[in-house]
Design a protein around this ligand. Sequence first.
Ligand SMILES: C[S@@+](CC[C@H](N)C(=O)[O-])C[C@H]1O[C@@H](n2cnc3c(N)ncnc32)[C@H](O)[C@@H]1O
Length: 323
Amino acid sequence: MTRADTATKRAADVSAMFDEVSPRYDLINDVLTLGNDRLWRIATTRAVAPRKGMRILDLAAGTGTSSAALAAEGAEVVAADFSPGMLAQGRKRHAGNPLLEFVEADATALPFEDDSFDAATISYGLRNVSDPRRALAEMHRVVKPGGRVVIAEFSTPPSALVRAPYAFYGRHLLPRIAGLINRDAAEAYRYLNESIEAWPAQQELASWLREAGFERVGYRNLTFGIVALHRGFVGRPLAPAEATPAAEKPAAAKKPAAAKQPAAPKKPAAPKQPAAAKKPAAAKQPAAAKQPAAKKPAAAKTPAPKQPASRPPASAQESGAEQ
Ligand SMILES: C[S@@+](CC[C@H](N)C(=O)[O-])C[C@H]1O[C@@H](n2cnc3c(N)ncnc32)[C@H](O)[C@@H]1O
């Protein structure tokens, strides 16, 4: 059994590990989470708010369980993953679903055009990516202005009363139960637990989202914080009228300029074009007014009549927990 190293998460090892658990992956999930995974998926689907006509990227989609829930609402879903074994299971399971397309892709170098999705989501995948910040930057690059990302990931229960028994379960029971269902899976589920323990808590992941350029970042705990649902929006470009009197604008409110940022760490080079030049990180940039027009050419990417990718929910809470 391949067992990825939690410190390096070498792509070949992670991919091989998921290839090997793929045949019984969904069953093991159901058992290990006592069925809670189904409730978490419902919450994730609601947060993405899929609608007919939307094109949604489900990243690290695995066997496509979360993708199918999005497609069930009428959205066209690209289920991307780098494990051929998980993709093969997904294609078999969802054969004949015209709204679901499985694509082999690495989250850190997506083979998609800029602004080509109305929304992107990743469920229990970001933690497995060797460079999760780069994956976030890639999600920011491929989602249209106004579109959202939703991340479902294991997290840190705020209460010590939950943390202690949960840690015991993860370290001692989880690999054994997984091993009973699939003898070879015990090692993979030891990795799963280690990767959860090493994963940043809610606030830190929220700060990664902001660094990647997402706006109105927030999160909500599910099942006492065993899972957290993070979301953020891609900022819209300035309307020409807003863009002119640079000095009069409140700096933080508008889509800022990219020029101040070191391009590489924030927006890694995308296959098509350097993402940093197009959608700068909003939260970090006080100098929004300096050069808005140069960064996001309105004509090329976001003409005025462009349809918004999605509407933020009225109840969306910014920069913090939604309980
Ligand atoms: C725990 S599974 C989650 C699958 C699915 N999203 C779900 O909710 O059931 C994690 C998935 O992440 C994928 N993965 C990990 N790193 C990846 C990367 N860099 N690019 C694409 N997929 C990746 C694995 O192949 C695996 O299918």
